[in-house]
Design a protein around this ligand. Structure first.
Ligand code: C5P
Length: 211
């Protein structure tokens, strides 16, 4: 599954994995863990040799079907969704050498199949031969509302306008990135969740899955 921030794809993918008893992989968490590592190492996101070395040597694993992210064995799950990481991730995600290593790790985890993977380039680059592909979308206003509500419950101080601006900026960067930009795979089923509840979206996807 691919799609922009706030489209609902993480919730849909997780619910689907539970219902089908599949593994679940959030590839965004990998880019987030890599971004945390680069911040800890001094945060120079223009230093490509340093980023490449970190990406090659780090190991990212998931426990509890994606609920826990381990970075070199350390549980970093609660440190990945911060405004600092949201800002820094853009430079990390646009570095081809980093993407190459992240894709390798995603393929290592997904090679046996029986997995639902979500991100930005999963249906186009990481697993172009996936049995089933979905592109999950929603209007930018609705996505901003969802992200704002989520951030509020996590105690992050922000405004709806600020969240909408950040989402628009991230969309722009994800779509215009030179390597592996966010785009819809030709053979993907496209879902617009703007006026769907999460249960409706999960049912919509489930109805298209044959196991
Ligand atoms: O999915 P999430 O919003 O957590 O992803 C954070 C960022 O990581 C995205 O905005 C994108 O820049 C990057 N990403 C990526 N490729 C993926 C997954 C995420 O470039 N497969």
């Amino acid at each position: 599954m691919d799609g922009p921030a706030g489209s609902g794809k993480s919730t849909i993918a997780q619910r689907l994995a539970e219902k089908l008893d599949y593994l679940y992989l959030n590839s965004g968490s990998m880019y987030r863990a890599m971004t945390l590592l680069s911040i800890r190492e001094g945060g120079d996101s223009t230093n490509v040799p340093m980023l490449t070395k970190l990406a090659k040597s780090c190991r990212i694993d998931f426990l509890d079907n994606g609920k826990t992210t381990l970075l070199n064995g350390e549980d970093v799950s609660d440190s990945l969704r911060t405004p600092e990481i949201d800002r820094a991730i853009v430079d990390i995600a646009k570095t081809p050498e980093v993407r190459h290593e992240m894709v390798k790790q995603q393929r290592r985890i997904g090679e046996k199949g029986g997995i639902i993977v979500e991100g930005r380039d999963v249906t186009t680059v990481v697993f172009p031969d996936a049995d089933l592909k979905f592109y999950i979308n929603a209007s930018v206003e609705e996505r901003a509302k969802r992200r704002f509500a989520e951030q509020k419950t996590r105690g992050i101080e922000t405004t709806l306008e600020q969240v909408e601006k950040e989402i628009r900026d991230r969309d722009q960067m994800d779509e215009s990135r030179e390597h592996s930009p966010l785009r819809t795979a030709e053979d993907a089923i496209v879902i617009d969740t703007t006026s769907m509840t999460i249960n409706q979206a999960v049912d919509f996807v489930l109805n298209r899955v044959e196991v």
